[in-house]
Design a protein. Sequence first.
Length: 317
Amino acid sequence: MKKLLIAGLSAALVVGFSACSNQSTSSGGSSGGGRVALVAKANSAEYWVKVKEGAEAAGKELGVDVSFNGPDTESEGDKQLNQLQSAINDKPLGIGFAPQDGAPALMDRAKESGVPVVIFDTPLNGSDVPVATVASDNKGMGAQAAEKLVALTGGKGKVAIIAHGEVGTGAARRDGFKEYLAKNAPEMQVVDVQNGESDPAKSRDKAQGILQAHPDLVGFFGTDDDSTIAIADEVAAKNLQTKVVGVDSSPDVISLLEQGKISGIVVQNPYGMGKKTVELIVAASKGENPAEKNVVSESVWVTTENLKDPDVQQIVN
């Protein structure tokens, strides 16, 4: 499937990150150019740090300040909605929002306040207020991981999944993976699917339980970095030959990939996603809405064979 590669692969990373979840951080260009506010699903995971860096880079280029906020984890929808409400009340140039859950009422409030909204990371259902959505093809990434796992295993045997949620990106990647296998690898059986809630400890517990019940798995899929790390560690601890594939990059994921404990990962471009989101917000604040409302961020399959390629390094680092 053809995808529109969003800008930002060659931009330099902007260092800067606050671990505080209840206070937004702000940086970018001159305050004279105004401010845009991003409310992410969370604020401290490596993925969201990269989104923030891309957003800040765009802010510097466009002369606007960028505030970045989000709850501690991706399972605190109420806290995130409070942060979104605060952002709307501040009436910035525009808002970027990565929804944990739906927020149609707040979208309407943003529209009433004259604040344009750009959705990023996860499409938002139930509202036509957002001027654009910048997101990866999450279902496609799940299918991509399944396709690679079929090639790694010969397309036969038992597999399992740990997702990082029952809705949103975790569910989309899980379903894309399952649907690809059902259509293209009928001799592969998904014997268990668990929700690790994007929590390292919970993901590890789920991985232990699945491997204890099914030590003969040929493949194991994690829908985010926390689940993939937990799976890889448990497979290695049990000295199993199970092939591990996942989605999303982090330093720990890359280390496990280099050690051969993960066979491959589907990697998004969160830096470019954050950069494009701010670019679209600033344009919308000037009345310039994009011709295409859905901007798809490209994903890349990363293994030890292409990890050192310059284009791949720009994404994973």
